[in-house]
Write a protein that binds this ligand. Sequence first.
Ligand code: 5GP
Ligand code: ZN
Length: 396
Amino acid sequence: MAAEHRFALQVIIPSHLVGQVQSKLAYVDEAIEAAQIAPDGDSVQLQLRSSLSAKVLSALEAKVQQVVADMASGALPPKVEILEDHMARPVPYATDPMPELLARAEVSREHTGIYSLGPLVTRLIEVFERYFVRLAAEFEAAPQRFPTLISAEKLDRVKYFRAFPHSLTFATHLREDLHVINDFAEHTHYEETGLNAPPEAFSKIQALLSPAVCYHYYFALADRPLPGGQLTATAVGHCFRYESSNLNTLERLWDFTMREIIFVGPADFVLENRERGRQKVAAYLEQIGLAYLVESANDPFFVGEFRKQAAFQNAFQLKYEIRARLPFKDSSLAVGSYNYHQDFFGRHLNITLPDGKPAHTGCVAFGLERLAYAFLSQYGLEPAAWPALVREALHG
Ligand code: 5GP
Ligand code: ZN
């Protein structure tokens, strides 16, 4: 039987961290169905899948206290830098588009976090994609195609498992063993929460589903001098981030698509192009009438790495997000990001510049489903009400 449990926090969560701590609570324990931090950051309300003994409950509470302490104790408010603010741009729509999208089969839920998209949303994403391809051409970016799977060995090399363990999605297969395969074929069914096959039937993990696009490019350049000393590339690809109970609507998907423009070279080359990209994109977002802002941000590092890495990204201005307004809930959603990784990938992957130093990297990345969702949240599902540029581009 489901139960609720509310308790006070030993460390009060400062307001700038409430959202980020909240999203981590989904990973604390399988018994937690949902967790809600009070707006002033001093207590947590848990919805539990079943009622628990006092002992189990106190162990669970200790885990939550630990997460909060690790992420929030002594955390200084970040220096929030707002590079563009067009949040007040007038938009005609203020309704949650999700019920209408589902009703029209423009969005169909296949499973938690896994959605199919219908013709209107697909065409809208194609409008954005045509623009991104033109934008990439202005940078003379080389087109690339990357696999959906990604090498576990290479992800390990760039310390991905330390930084984002919670959102990994693993690819496996049955072990090469006649008995195991026959047994699977005969007995496997989907039960209430998943396949009933025993874990021993599966191979060791060699590949995962890719969490990002640009990593593939850095892997392709590894262990050699960077050809020509600087490179620009572009690709679109499926990305996978397991978001646990945070997976709902098109705001967070387990499987989403990302378009990236990627820069590899000396620091000034990467930084200048990231900035050039931002200015070009700002002009486009104005043309399509999007209400948004661009502000400093950090990646969603897991608990142990969070404080240090988030502070580092903030101090060195490594990440800015394009946050589009969601008028129906008076909040915003990251639809893209401008990233600079310094020489992190160059060092770990041994990509060298002509002077022998490691290459720097950066990328401009757009979440296509989120961009469409944010646009539809601001303009609704009737193209007649859309800005002319988008409406006219709908049919190619
Ligand atoms: P980043 O590399 O900055 O984490 O991700 C780049 C972009 O991908 C984000 O700005 C966002 O638009 C998109 N993205 C990241 N995570 C998710 C997710 O869970 N669901 C969806 N739909 N898009 C995401
Ligand atoms: Zn990237």
